[in-house]
Design a binder for this molecule. Structure first.
Ligand code: 5BU
Length: 284
């Protein structure tokens, strides 16, 4: 059976990488394929939104470098929230340098990403050394990597043969590369049914650029609905940012509204998945 017709729980067994297993089991346990991208610049807003959306998500995606009042204590509190609400953490760092440099950026500096983020990501542009550099730090810690095979932005250069080469790079490093940031499944790349038997590979596809209300922003972002992403394009996790918390920060942050939005996206994403695997009885 093709992996996108299997349940998340069944797919966990196909992975030996601990971060991939954790993500798939968390999705199944919480019946949520919703990831929230918490792109807020004040620690208090950042932690508040995570605490509010925590019950509804499988994963929290961070850009830790945009916090203007970052201290190492933020990480301790993020870890506590991750344990409290049972979610995976993904630092959207988009590494893109030589192996030696990305290994230092991943392990060191102020943020010490590898020490707390279950999953991170990298641009394939430097070639396979970006994976081996990151793997030298992340594999011993049980971390997982996503390659950016496509982007959601208008005019993205990550298309065609670039995307296909990203998939080939991932196939050569399946112990560490657990999937892609992409807009659709990648199973078709460079394979014929006979060269790639069912079950041989199962990359997890996480997809940003998701909104129920908006079609884009003023800076090139392009949005699609959860149903389009999960059902039509066979992706596994929807990543939603402003669709859930709007532009609200500080006093303007309406936590009741944020919770309602998170619940709505969780339901939309999960029902689209149930349709995809042919299960009846959507959750309301
Ligand atoms: P939004 O508020 O839902 O538009 O936020 C989307 C997030 O996903 C944001 O953190 C981006 O950095 C991230 N993102 C994206 O939007 N599109 C991409 O192709 C990639 C990441 Br890769």
């Amino acid at each position: 059976m093709s992996s996108h017709r299997k349940s998340y729980g069944q797919r966990a067994a196909d992975h030996s990488n601990p971060a991939a297993q954790l993500l798939l089991h968390t999705i199944e346990r919480k019946k949520s394929n919703l990831a929230v991208s918490v792109d807020l610049t004040k620690t208090s807003d950042f932690l508040k939104v995570i605490d509010v959306v925590g019950p509804y998500v499988c994963l929290i995606k961070t850009h830790i470098d945009i916090l203007e009042d970052f201290t190492p204590d933020v990480i301790e509190r993020l870890k506590l929230l991750s344990a409290k609400h049972d979610f995976v953490v993904f630092e959207d760092r988009k590494f893109a340098d030589i192996g030696n440099t990305v290994a230092l950026q991943y392990s060191s500096g102020v943020h010490k990403i590898a020490s707390w983020s279950h999953i991170t990501n990298a641009h394939p542009v430097p070639g396979p050394s970006v994976i081996t550099g990151l793997a030298s730090v992340g594999l011993p810690l049980g971390r997982g990597l996503l390659l950016l095979a496509q982007m959601s932005t208008e005019g993205s250069l990550a298309t065609g043969s670039y995307t296909d080469d990203a998939v080939r790079m991932a196939r050569a490093h399946r112990e560490f590369v657990i999937g892609f940031i992409a807009q659709r499944r990648m199973d078709h790349v460079g394979t014929s049914p006979s060269s790639l038997p069912d079950g041989v590979e199962d990359f997890i596809i996480l997809t940003p650029g998701v909104s129920l209300e908006m079609s884009g922003d003023s800076m090139g972002q392009q949005y699609r609905t959860p149903e389009k992403v999960i059902l039509e394009n066979g992706c596994d996790v929807i990543i939603v940012g402003r669709g859930i918390y709007g532009k609200g920060t500080g006093d303007a942050l309406d936590v009741g509204c944020v919770a309602l939005q998170a619940e709505k996206y969780r339901t939309e994403g999960w029902n689209a998945y149930l349709k995809r695997i042919g299960s009846t009885g959507p959750t309301s």
